[in-house]
Design a protein around this ligand. Sequence first.
Ligand code: HEC
Length: 95
Amino acid sequence: MAPAKPLDQLTPVEQSGHAVFVQHCSTCHHDRTTDPLNGPGLAGLYKKPYLPSGAPANDERVRNTIVHGRNNMPAQGYAMTDTELNDLLQYLHTL
Ligand code: HEC
């Protein structure tokens, strides 16, 4: 699997998404490894055909997971603006 884009090469939008990740996701997910924390590590999220649950790895499913939560993952939709959510998805594409 190709490595994640280095942090110092992120575009401004991806940097903003990284800040959202640190604030809202990093307590439960590693982003640059697949090692589990509270939830699965997210390295290579969009490079694999399926999410850890077996759902297709696409923006619709990932957005849905973030907004509505899933099992032990709490819904985060209330916690961020649409722009922050879109920036976060852009960041997840760099992993
Ligand atoms: C309180 C802990 C917690 C937080 C905060 C959290 N997650 Fe999760 N996340 C989980 C757990 C637990 C799972 C596994 C859920 C399951 O499938 O049973 C998960 C699953 C996922 C999945 C895989 C979904 C699938 O279909 O396999 C993605 C993608 C994800 N989280 C992204 C995020 C992102 C992005 C954020 C930040 C906005 C975030 N999570 C915040 C705990 C968390």
